[in-house]
Design a protein. Structure first.
Lengths: 164, 838
């Protein structure tokens, strides 16, 4: 067991962890942050994406001991005083989620993408989200949500629909 | 059969404020903030964890199994083998034996002495933590004697006790069931053999073989199950689409009273048919929890999920179409072999049959025959995957319509137009005996071709062909229909299905005027909480915000048939309408009493009972409060407005659509770039356009993925090679494009709201549209098929097949070469158009 101290979503916790414990398991099982989920075992799906030191990271790709002393933000730390993060709001507004399992990781990755590039093109959004799999939405509305959060869509109707 | 016009006009009348509105989803708040209730999030005091030991072999005898080291490992509580549970475990149930003489092996949850597919469970390790269970699973020592494995579905169909390889030697055959439909025998049409013979003499016959590759549903949330044996009661949380069906089947198989079982599907992360199953993992977790008297959890890894959760599709198809020389179709015949995998899954045997009634699609075939042979192999079991039976046949018929058009030198859209059911012919009884309720193929196609720029793209295609542009353009068409709203129970009965197709809903008026709705249709991403609120808000005239929808727990919504087959809205929505109407009828005499008016003088509109011709009235919420107080009710009236309704659909509904795909094909590299995808779907009345679009987008990408990327690949030993997301190519955002979607609206006449289903539409329609586009681009090269998934390698080989260089096709190097892939591709491309007419 190794003692680590992690500042997760604003709270500082000290815990003993097995050296082999993945950050995602530490978050879920020891800190109870079940908003971050596991979708695969090969670091392909991105469902477990969090921010580590301000950058997006697949938390199945990091050992908990590597996060010792670090600041971790999960999807549960995004909303403040009942106010959703603009990317969370955009995901709801644009119907960018269905089952919602990939959503928390997808939101964390989208925020990182926009931090890097506040005005991404559609291609840049698509390649920026390449490491996060979604099986429900076909990505169409996820791309729209990122565009919406970037202020690229008219706010009155975030979706351009052609329903008759 | 149709519902009354009165009901429909009430449903779609002027009080419809919510239906048709793009409400943002009620579900989203917890999902975007991470306050979710996934099964794997559940932790109970003293909970134990399971890890499975699975067979690495497709077919083998277990010669030695030693669990002693695992049992001695830290914090291991128990290790169970097939021998330990063989009396108790019974056989997993098959709910749909399509024929009385269906051959099906027993399906133990834990293999006893023989394994029949790679990934089958041979031992169960239970420990205090998931990590300790997994560590100890490594210590279970199993020796196997490998047996020959039946892997190819056609070889499996040809094998018997004397020759070939049997997946289950004790059965003496791999053939599970043979099911057929013939329109001449059924009296719904003429003889297809006569039609084909006549067309051979004077007309056109096109015959093709297609391969529906094996797919994996690959829902994002791995399956998970938690069982809590508290006292007499057993509570099962499962990441499932079907908590109500599970409750019934657990009770039936385990001999436990249903009343002692509570099954909960909390938030469920996708299903696509993949969680429409009763699984060994669920049974094992129940058995473990009962034995140990403690809560137990099992959550699969992704690799386990890809190996052992049921797969989808996997058919070999032979399709024959006959037509007159002017392009009028005269007959359609399908011969299918469907791979069920190692065991007959809950619906597995019936999935191909779901396609039998819709393979004729939107066309007026006068003669039709459908034959399917289901076979057992030593691969993962196969069952429903988005569309279940309908994508398979839709692919075959939409592909061969393009081939027929090519043979006749007609535009494929023109051929379709010539043969489809016209708007004024509805309701139309087809050659399978079904009656299509409504549709307008002309309108959907006109709208789609306009959005697509069909004529302009055809002109560009011509220019590129003439210029011998290395990048060719293909245009793919799919004008699909499907049957939704599974299903009228009597129809299911005639097909030997083990249950009914009804759905249940309850509406409870609370004293404050708020409304609780229970639905037996358990969602896993479809947005029922939102859409159901919209429907009830309109029906009862209450605020959308005042409706709460509860589901997924047999102790709350106690009755249901759950979610699959695009049934929730057409069947469950109708149950909801009926339950809401019962509330109004219960409230009416109470309102009349309170208003001191005659019941006949009351009208209910906008959520109020008004006395006609006066300004006197009461809101339904006020009636609810008065009913709760019960101080002043008419004599003999029950003091409640709560209502239940169970609705058995009177018929299916038939959504349709026109899908158009423009694909650029780099003929030098085989690389594909999708340029445009347009679809106009007609799903009848739309309750929430936002949700409908989302369903279409997601379906499109799953269908496109079948066309271009996904395949469950086994090596020659029967091991699944694509057993992780490294190799099983679920598309990413970077692989896909944005779509142009629209709707036409032909309200269904088989339910009050006029809705049809939409959950599977995109996945059914898009696969043939995409492959048609690829093949269309390559017509100048004499290509008439590319086997799915249309990888650049296969596209390149198809282009070069006529050169002779690759036509025989040396097997691809590396383990990922799919079974009989190369031979298949070569067989069907080498002949070119010359070989296509028999």
């Amino acid at each position: 067991m190794t003692r680590i101290t992690v500042t997760g979503d604003g709270a500082t916790d000290s815990d003993d962890v097995e050296p082999r414990t993945l950050l995602v398991h530490y978050l879920r099982e020891q800190l109870g942050k079940t908003g971050t989920v596991v979708g695969c075992d090969t670091s392909n799906c991105g469902a477990c994406t969090v921010h580590l030191g301000g950058r997006s990271e697949k938390s199945c790709n990091v050992l908990a001991v590597q996060a010792d002393g670090a600041v971790v933000t999960t999807v549960e730390g995004l909303a403040h005083d009942g106010e959703l993060h603009p990317v969370q709001e955009a995901f709801r507004e644009c119907h960018a989620l269905q089952c919602g399992y990939c959503t928390t990781g997808m939101i964390m990755q989208s925020i990182d993408l926009l931090n890097d590039n506040p005005s991404p093109s559609e291609d840049e959004i698509r390649s920026g989200l390449e490491g996060n799999l979604c099986r429900c939405t076909g990505y169409h509305n996820i791309v729209k949500a990122v565009q919406s959060a970037a202020g690229q869509l008219p706010s009155t109707d975030a979706l351009e629909r052609s329903n008759s | 059969m149709t519902v009354t016009e009165d009901r429909q006009s009430e449903a779609t009348g002027q009080t419809a404020k919510e239906v048709g509105r793009d409400r943002r989803r009620k579900e989203d708040q917890r999902l975007i903030t991470g306050r979710t209730r996934w099964t794997d999030n559940i932790t109970l005091p003293g909970m134990l964890h399971i890890a499975m030991v699975r067979s690495p072999y497709a077919h083998a005898r277990i010669t030695h199994l030693d669990t002693s080291e695992a049992k001695a490992a830290t914090n291991v509580v128990a290790v169970l083998t097939g021998q330990d549970v063989k009396e108790e475990q019974g056989s997993l149930p098959n709910a749909w034996p399509i024929k009385a003489d269906q051959v099906a092996p027993d399906h133990p949850s834990v293999a006893v002495d023989r394994v029949s597919f790679a990934g089958e469970i041979v031992a169960v390790v239970i420990a205090r933590s998931a990590a300790e269970a997994r560590d100890a699973a490594e210590l279970v020592d199993v020796d196997y004697e490998e047996l020959p494995a039946a892997l190819d579905l056609r070889e499996a169909a040809a094998a018997d006790a004397d020759q070939g390889v049997l997946a289950h030697p004790e059965l003496g055959t791999n053939k599970s069931a043979y099911w057929s439909f013939d329109s001449a025998e059924a009296g719904t049409g003429s003889s297809v053999d006569n039609a084909i013979a006549a067309a051979r003499a004077d007309g056109v016959v096109v015959e093709r073989e297609y391969r529906q590759q094996r797919l994996i549903p690959a829902f994002m949330e791995p399956r998970s199950v938690v069982v809590d044996p508290t006292g007499e009661q057993l509570t099962v949380w499962s990441a499932t689409q079907i908590p109500h069906i599970l409750r019934f089947l657990f009770a039936a198989v385990l001999g436990i009273s249903e009343s002692k079982l509570r099954v909960i599907a909390p938030d469920v992360g996708g299903g696509f048919g993949g969680k429409l199953q009763i699984t060994p993992e669920e049974f094992i977790t129940i058995l473990s929890a009962r034995r140990l008297g403690k809560p137990v959890k099992y959550t699969e890894t992704r690799s386990e999920s890809l190996m052992a959760a049921h797969h989808g599709r996997d058919q070999w198809q032979k399709i024959t179409v006959s037509a007159t020389k002017d392009g009028t179709v005269t007959g359609l015949k399908l011969d299918l072999i469907a791979d069920l995998g190692a065991y007959v899954a809950i619906m597995g045997g019936g999935v191909p049959v779901l396609g039998a009634f819709i393979a004729n699609a939107i066309y007026k075939f006068p003669a039709y025959q459908f034959n399917v042979q289901t076979v057992l192999t030593n691969k993962t079991w196969v069952d429903a995957y988005r569309g279940a039976g309908r994508p398979e046949v839709t692919f075959a018929v939409e592909r061969i319509m393009d081939e027929l058009a090519d043979e006749l030198g007609m535009d494929p859209l023109e051929l379709r137009r010539k043969n489809w059911i016209t708007k004024d012919e509805f309701p139309f009884t087809t050659v399978t005996g079904l009656t299509y309720d409504t549709g307008d193929y002309e309108a959907a196609t006109a709208k789609a071709t306009e959005m697509f720029g069909y004529d302009e793209l055809r002109a560009e295609q011509k220019r590129r062909r003439e210029a011998k542009d290395p990048v060719q353009l293909g245009i793919g068409i799919s004008t699909f229909t499907e049957m939704c709203g599974l299903a009228p129970s009597r129809v299911l009965g005639t097909l030997n299905y083990g249950a009914g197709g009804w759905e249940s809903a309850s509406v409870r008026m609370l004293p404050t005027g708020k409304v609780e709705v229970l639905t037996g249709s358990t969602p896993h991403g479809q947005g029922h909480e939102t859409a159901w609120s919209q429907i009830v808000a309109d029906r009862l005239g209450v605020a959308y915000e005042d409706v709460e929808v509860l589901h997924g727990d047999t102790a709350i919504a106690h009755k249901g048939m759950d979610t699959y087959g695009s049934r929730s809205l057409t069947v469950g929505g109708e149950a909801l309408v009926l339950a809401a109407d019962k509330v109004i009828e219960k409230a009416r005499p109470i309102a009349a009493h309170l208003l001191e008016a005659s019941v006949d003088d009351l009208e209910f509109t906008g959520g109020r009972f008004n006395v006609k011709g006066t300004d006197k009235g009461l809101a339904i919420g006020e009636v609810a409060l008065a009913t709760f107080a019960a101080h002043n009710l008419p004599d003999g009236v029950e003091p409640t407005l709560d209502s239940d309704a169970t609705y058995d659909p009177i018929d299916f509904s038939y959504p349709h659509g026109t899908h158009l795909c423009a694909m650029e094909v780099d003929t030098e590299t085989g690389g594909l770039t999708m340029r445009k995808y347009v679809c106009v779907d007609d799903i009848g009345t739309i309750v929430n356009p936002l949700i409908v679009e989302g369903q279409v987008h997601g379906g499109l990408v799953q269908g496109i993925a079948q066309a271009l990327w996904e395949e469950a690949v086994h090596d020659d030993a029967g091991t699944l090679v694509s057993a992780s997301f490294v190799d099983y190519l679920v598309p990413t955002a970077a692989d896909t494009i944005s779509f142009e979607t629209a709707n036409t609206v032909s309200p269904s006449t088989t339910n009050t709201l006029g809705t049809k289903g939409v959950g599977e539409a995109g996945a059914i329609a898009s696969t043939p549209a995409v492959v048609n586009a690829v093949v269309d681009a390559l017509r100048p090269f004499g290509v008439n098929d590319v086997r799915m998934p249309c990888t650049p390698e296969r596209v390149w080989k198809a282009i070069h097949a006529r050169d002779g260089a690759e036509s025989g096709g040396a097997p691809t190097e590396g383990a990922a070469a799919p079974h009989f892939d190369e031979q298949d591709t070569a067989d069907r491309t080498a002949g070119g158009t010359d070989g296509s007419v028999l």
